[in-house]
Ligand binder design. Structure first.
Ligand code: NAD
Length: 487
């Protein structure tokens, strides 16, 4: 370990920013704490407006050459980044697990392969992106996807590298340069990504990483006049601050925010499948934006569904996320645990009943919890907890199920368990949600749009939707008969 390096399970991670192809240290630092045991992993450079200005200047300087780099060459470099991710997959997995507490087995088998796939997918999609031509009275309308410019990408701690690369890959593919600001609770894999990108041949200044507290450098990032796009994944209150700050320059925003998504279980559902879908909602200790945290179950099967759910939940093991047998790891931070417990205790005090859980488990964990006897307008039903806390309500009719499902300020996702395809179609058409899953959960093709309605977000990313956001789409109209306009 040197002054500017920390080591996690033998993997050296640089604790400084990455600006203009160089490591840059701040005078101040902040501690990075592992949620597994509360140990301090090291001290990270604590960015200020000065480093933000340097990173935006580097991204601005690198932009013309990167934007002019042929698509095939940009795609080649993105594939080389994916190769680097795959080569260092084990290292990325253990560092991420140590930093954010999510399961090592998921990082190895699902998350890090998906990180590599993010780069490959957007590299390939870039080559397929069509330049559409239309014709109007003999005039050709030619649509092109021009890179927009330096892009600020701000990400949360619950799936750090996966969510960062979900933005970094399309932004770079589009020809933009990037200033990535990872969450202060999980700064490490973004630093490793900078190394991997440099080794893959990404030119200096095309990807910059600035570490630090959002409350301290967020405004400098989002109000900068040279920033052309801001993509943010995180909470609603932060999104409001970012939108206000970006308003000064009318900088286009993509906002992927929180949720309070429902799981609707109809009496005609395969109840075993429904219970499997239900226990999946404890994944990542409940720290998943898309989690279906509100079970809405048809009255006639509520008792049987609950019985099967409790049986399956009882089989989950909670403990060290590095252990292959663990199903639920720790929550990210003592402050998050306090927040989770606050929600649960207020719900219990106002009449909710804990079917399972309802309490902390030691210093780092929260017991998987299911609360029932909850009112639709109560805090526990309306607000995102972001922990392993689920609620169960019943409904008598399909119309009531839809009404309850839509009755929050969010609209990120919904999951249906039903054996009736016509019902699925009818209900889906009435749900306010960016994604609806029927008899499945969490599966998604990267070509498909992703985002939320209402307070769950603004805009969509994924496939062409990502390029729509990261590009300045241009229409060029050319006169017929050679170059003379007979309009
Ligand atoms: P958060 O809003 O507290 O922080 C997210 C990021 O914003 C961090 O990097 C933080 O440093 C930064 N930030 C904080 N203040 C800022 C400011 N004033 N200006 C600019 N940046 C600022 O969110 P969190 O607690 O890290 O993440 C959890 C939230 O993220 C939950 O609400 C969850 O639902 C949501 N989330 C949404 C999705 C999605 O795709 N819709 C995915 C994952 C998480």
């Amino acid at each position: 370990m040197t002054e500017h390096t920390l080591t996690v399970a033998g993997v050296a991670v640089d604790t400084r920013h990455w600006i203009g192809g160089e490591r840059v240290a701040s005078t101040e630092t902040f501690p990075d704490v592992s949620p597994i045991d509360g140990s301090v992993l090291g001290e990270i450079s604590r960015g200020t407006a000065m480093e933000v200005a340097a990173a935006v200047a580097a991204a601005k300087a690198a932009f013309p050459a990167w934007a002019a780099t042929p698509r095939a060459e940009r795609a080649r470099i993105l594939h080389a980044v994916a190769d680097g991710v795959e080569k260092r997959l084990e290292e990325l997995a253990i560092v991420e697990t140590t930093d954010n507490g999510a399961l090592l087995r998921s990082h190895r088998r699902g998350v890090m392969p998906r990180v590599a796939h993010n780069f490959r997918f957007f590299a390939d999609w870039l080559l397929k992106l069509e330049h559409e031509d239309f014709e109007t009275r003999g005039h050709t309308n030619h649509v092109s996807w021009d890179p927009a410019g330096p892009s600020v990408l701000i990400t949360p701690w619950n799936a750090p590298l996966m969510l960062a690369t979900w933005k970094v890959a399309p932004a770079l593919a589009a020809g933009n340069t990037v200033i990535l600001k990872p969450a202060e609770w999980t700064p490490l894999t973004a630093s490793l990504l900078a190394d991997i990108a440099a080794e893959a041949g990404l030119p200096a200044g095309v990807l910059n990483v600035v570490q630090g507290y959002g409350s301290e450098i967020g405004d400098a990032l989002t109000s900068h006049p040279d920033v052309r796009r801001i993509s943010f994944t995180g909470s609603v209150p932060t999104a409001r601050r970012i939108a206000a700050s970006a308003a000064a320059n009318l900088t286009p925003l993509s906002l992927e925010l929180g949720g309070k998504s429902p799981l609707l279980v109809f009496a005609d559902a395969d109840l075993d499948l429904a219970a499997d879908l239900a226990v999946e909602q404890y994944d990542n200790a409940g720290q998943v934006c898309l989690a279906a945290t509100r079970f809405l179950v048809e009255e006639s099967v509520a008792e049987e569904f609950t019985r099967r759910f409790v049986e399956k939940a009882g089989q989950l093991t909670q403990g060290d996320p590095r252990d292959e047998a663990t199903d639920i790891g720790p929550n990210i931070h003592p402050r998050q645990l306090e927040k989770i417990d606050g929600f649960v205790q207020r719900a219990l005090a106002s009449g909710a009943r804990a079917v399972i859980g309802g309490h902390r488990k030691g210093a780092q964990y929260y017991a998987p919890t299911l609360l029932t006897d909850v009112a639709q307008d109560s805090e526990i039903v309306q607000e995102e907890v972001f922990g392993p806390v689920l609620t169960l309500q019943t409904f008598a009719t399909e119309a009531e199920a839809v009404r309850l499902a839509n009755d929050t300020r969010f609209g990120l996702a919904a999951t249906l368990a039903t054996g009736d395809p016509e019902r699925a179609e009818r209900v889906t058409a009435q749900l306010v949600a960016g994604t609806v899953w029927t008899n499945c959960f969490f599966v998604r093709d990267l070509q498909a749009p992703f985002g939320g309605s209402r307070h769950s977000g603004v805009g969509r990313e994924g496939g062409t939707w990502s390029f729509d956001f990261y590009c300045d789409v241009k229409n060029t109209v050319t006169a017929p008969n050679g170059w003379r306009n007979h309009g």
